[in-house]
Design a protein around this ligand. Structure first.
Ligand SMILES: [Fe+2]
Length: 344
């Protein structure tokens, strides 16, 4: 669920054969609401006190602006992520790693049946630049789209201030492992990561490492539970250890995963504490497929042909385990790799 920093590829595939759109626009602030509007290709984005409005041609789509900003925040922070990020059942992006598709209704059975779906393709860095301007302009003072609802102010109303400190957070991407010399640091009170209110009982001691002489810089350990108890964001899997393409991406979760993630590879979920209810649907149609209830110690593997979101009432700890190989989506698309990790 999180990408390594260095995703190499031999060139983006383009199954729809779409041209690259390069028309972008940022319109002046509206005299009434104070918000700017944004254009990417034929897509127009605007917001008011309650809603984000997304239009393309005859299609006009609305989302509650808090839900839109929570989804946009993940798409921005994750660099369009693996596969598809569905903001809801209509709007979303699909990552082709260097290029990205933006769509209305392309992953919605009813839109497609009515031939009302619309998709355009962009250079990933160019669409990302517009998305970053949008999340900055549309996020008001006191609202943090990364935070649990009970730990943030509100998204509503006319433009008032900003929260760029929150929306420009750098996601953790360890090169080898958290806590190694020169790598991303262990969290503490001293570096601005207090223990979250829901993890006050989590043991905070760190393991002692006794390395053989000469191996002091090759042996390391840290308390992952303590690390996660100090996460200031939710639903933001971050790379904490890397062994070739094997990425451990732990995260703390509260309320709802703000997107429906459409997988382009299998994805392992190891529930480290408490409980998450996963709602899984068919990746391409959105038809309901299964509900998976995971409690501490449970492990699941999401297939490569689903989309999923998750609910977590009590803040919980989840380890997402990814194979970050850039070859996997093509192998699955060509039928050379299975969509499930295990066949019984
Ligand atoms: Fe996922």
């Amino acid at each position: 669920m999180a990408m390594s920093e260095d995703t190499t590829q031999s060139g983006p595939v383009n199954p729809r054969g779409l041209p690259i759109r390069r028309e972008f626009g940022i319109l002046p602030a509206d005299n009434f609401t104070g918000y700017r509007s944004f254009k990417a290709g034929s897509f127009a984005f605007s917001r008011d006190g309650y809603f984000a409005h997304i239009r393309s041609g005859e299609i006009s789509h609305q989302m509650p602006v808090d839900a839109f900003l929570r989804a946009l925040m993940r798409d921005v922070a994750w660099g369009f992520f693996y596969g598809t990020v569905n903001f809801d059942g209509v709007l979303g992006t699909t990552n082709f790693y260097g290029e990205v598709e933006l769509f209305l209704g392309a992953m919605n059975e009813s839109f497609r049946a009515a031939k009302r779906d619309h998709t355009e393709r962009f250079k990933a860095d160019e669409l990302m630049a517009v998305f970053k301007e949008m999340i900055s302009d549309w996020t008001n003072h006191g609202y943090d789209p990364f935070a649990a609802p009970m730990e943030t102010g509100i998204a509503w109303g006319h433009k008032h201030g900003d929260n760029d400190r929150a929306v420009t957070r750098k996601r953790v991407t360890a090169k080898r492992m958290v806590g190694l010399p020169g790598d991303t640091p262990v969290r503490s009170d001293a570096n601005g990561y207090p223990v979250n209110r829901m993890f006050a009982d989590v043991e905070q001691t760190q393991p002692l490492v006794f390395a053989e002489p000469g191996f002091e810089h090759e042996v390391s350990a840290f308390n992952l539970f303590a690390y996660l108890s100090r996460s200031d964001v939710t639903w933001n899997p971050s790379v904490c250890s890397v062994v070739r393409e094997s990425l451990f991406c732990p995260t703390s979760e509260e309320f709802i995963l703000p997107v429906e993630h459409g997988n382009d590879r299998c994805e392992w979920f190891l529930q480290l504490s408490d409980e998450i209810i996963w709602k899984t649907k068919d990746r391409d149609t959105g038809r309901d497929r299964a509900t998976v209830v995971q409690r501490a110690g449970d492990i699941s593997c999401m297939p490569a042909d689903i989309r999923h979101t998750g609910y977590s009432t009590k803040r919980s700890m989840l380890l997402v385990w990814e194979n970050g190989s850039p070859k996997i989506p093509d192998l699955i698309r060509d039928g050379k790799a299975p969509v499930v990790a295990v066949e019984f």
